[in-house]
Design a protein around this ligand. Sequence first.
Ligand SMILES: Nc1ncnc2c1ncn2[C@@H]1O[C@H](COP(=O)(O)OP(=O)(O)OP(=O)(O)O)[C@@H](O)[C@H]1O
Length: 358
Amino acid sequence: MTRIARFKGENLRLYSKLELTPHERLNLIVGSNAAGKTTLLEGLYILGRARSFRATDLGELAGDEGRWWHLFAELVTGDAGWSDKLGAGWSPEGQQLRLNGQRAKSSELARKLPIQLIDPVGHRLVEDGPGYRRSYLDWGVFHVEHHFFGAWQRYQRALKQRNQALRLGLSDAGVSAWDSELAESGGLVTEARKRHVQALAQNFEPLVEELLQLPQARLEFQPGWSEQRELLTVLKEQLLQHRRLGVTSQGPQRAELKLSLGSQKLRGRVSRGQQKLLVAALVLAQCQILTDAGLPPPVILVDDFGAELSAEYQSRLAAVLNRYPGQLFITAFERPNAFENGSMSMFHVEHGYLTAVN
Ligand SMILES: Nc1ncnc2c1ncn2[C@@H]1O[C@H](COP(=O)(O)OP(=O)(O)OP(=O)(O)O)[C@@H](O)[C@H]1O
């Protein structure tokens, strides 16, 4: 298990200082509106994802003390208690990430701290365009399939070059020079995604049955081009169309993960509360894949636990979270009844001040 043993933040939005020694399993963070609950989760998330789940500009997180902020976490992994120190900071010069005192890339921090979020705006995963579902999917593939990241980077580089060649109106040979690299790296990306969706679908269906009491939840993967054809052939055949559009319009960058119930699409047919539970099912199904692959269970953040959920839905979600083997950080206005039992730590936050509640 990987757990956050210590967490600190400085000048993070409304917190001038934030210090937390979390429980290894369940952490409840309670407080009223605008107290700073989501900000705490945001800080934890940034350490594992190198981005915020609500701000596109990381400078927005700087508090009243100046145009900077810092985050630090100590992670403990496994029974032997291997420890890693993760740092993230922002100033107008840019973002800096650190791992055990050295400058680090976002992918290095991501490997150390797999972290997932269930939040009230998570419904985008169900309702919005394919981009959200692709990045959800790729987060899991990144953690489980170790060659995926390299293949995805190769694909992105070749795609950028091919698109530039299209925009510049280069000759057919100049554009097609990138096709075999795209087909090869795109093939690796797609095979890894397919394996992941197969495992996801198996975990997702029983979770939807338990959380929503709806049978036959399905996940279907579409690779981003007609499945019956080789990507290399499609690129050659569609060259004229790509020239017209000025962009490569087929390939893994257009992949889609379709959610359905039996033969019916989910989109537009489920309530907000159901959407939230579907997001929880997607997140938990994916975390289970990492655990089944022998990786530590990801840290799960749940923002505004009770939002959109009736008492019945809350107790179903709590039952699933209570048996989750990893560390949880859950925010709520008040301690949810569904978490009455078991060992946990509770923290109260008020206007950027955090205190442990005994
Ligand atoms: N850069 C910043 N500097 C100072 N304060 C900020 C900054 N960004 C946001 N805040 C303040 O932080 C508060 C919001 O904090 P946060 O979203 O963490 O609250 P919350 O407890 O999750 O609230 P809610 O339950 O209403 O969602 C607001 O009062 C906002 O004005």
